[in-house]
Design a protein around this ligand. Sequence first.
Ligand code: KG4
Ligand code: ZN
Length: 350
Amino acid sequence: MKILAIETSCDETAAAVVQDGLKILSSSVSTQIPFHQPYKGVVPELASRAHVITLNRVVADALKKARLSLDSSKKSARPDAIAVTVGPGLVGALLVGRMAAEAFGWANQIPVYGMNHIEGHLLSPVLADNDVKPPFLGLVASGGHTELILAKKWGDYALFGRTLDDAAGEAFDKVAKMMDLGYPGGPVIDRLAEKGDPSRFPFPRPWLPGTWNFSFSGLKTSMLYRLREKSRWTARDKRDLCASFREAVVDVLTRKTVAAAQLLKVNTIAVGGGVAANLLLRRRFAELCRPLGIRLSIPPIHLCTDNAAMVASAAFYAIRRGDRPAALKVTPQMQIPLLKRKLPGFRPQS
Ligand code: KG4
Ligand code: ZN
C-alpha cells in the first residue's frame, strides 16, 4: 500500500510517499525557517500563508520522486490513500493541509485519513529501524510536546508522562532567544554546547519525583536569572552556558525515560521529535541503554524533525488495524489527548 502524506502542522511544508509503512519512496520538506527568523519564532499567520504558497509544489515533488500520479487514467500509479496531519498544531497551518488533502482525495476518489502528529513522531523510529515493534517506550520531544508514551501494540498507547509547562524544544528555543542566538534555538545551542563546559554553570534538574512528568520552565527561568548576573558574556561563557543548559535538559529526559523503561520492563526505547536530533541526547541515551541491554532506536535527524513520511507510516498502521476514513475526524485540533492509564510513579535513584 502506497500512502501520500501531507504535513503542515507548524513551520515545515512536507509531503511524502511511503510503502507499507516502512519504505520511504519520497520525502519532500520545505522549511519556512527563513520566513520566521526575523521574528525569532514561528508567526502562525505567516506559516499558513507559506503553506498555501508551497504545498502544491511539495506534493508534486513527492509524487514525482515516487513515480506516482493523481491522474485517474493511471490507476496503477496512484497512491492508495492520502494521510494528512489534523493535529496537534497551529490551526491555520493545519487547515491548509487538511483542505488540500480533502481536495486531492475528493477530486481523485482517494480516501483521506486524518492523522495525529504525535503518533507520527512516535512511530518515526520504525521508518529507519524496521524491526522496532511494540511493546516499546516512546519519548516524543519536540517544539510543542514532550511525552513519554508506552506503545503496547500498534495503535494502543498509554500516556506515561508529559511536560507540565514548556516542551523541551520550546525551552531550547526560548533560551536561545534570551541569549540572542537566533531561531530555531535547539540546533544553535546544540552546536555551541559541543564546544562548551557542561559543568561550569550547574542548572537545577526538575525531576518531579513521584510522577513521570517533565517541567522545563523553571530551568528556563534559572537561565534568565543567570544571564542577568552580567551585562556582557564572552563567546566562551556562552558556549559554557549552552553546554550546562543542554546537560540539564538531556540529563532529565534520558534518565527518566530509561528509568521508566526499566520499571515497565520494556526492552525498547524509541525516540522521536526535533529534540531527538540533539547530539548529546543521542550519545547519552546510547551510553545509558547499552549496559542495561535496552534496544535504542533514534532515527536519522531528517526523520526526527517534522516530515510527512512519519505521517504516512502512522496512517499505514491505522488503516491496517481497521480505521476507516470516516472514523477519523479530519478536523484541525490544537490538542489531541492520547489514552491515559494509571501508572506507577517515578522515584529518583540516588
Ligand atoms: O518535531 P519538530 O521539528 O517540530 C515540532 O513538532 O515542534 O521539533 C522542533 C523543535 C524545535 O523546538 C527545535 O529547537 C528543536 O526541535 N530541535 C532541537 C534540535 N534540533 C531541533 N533541540 C535540541 N537540539 C537539537 N539539535
Ligand atoms: Zn513535530
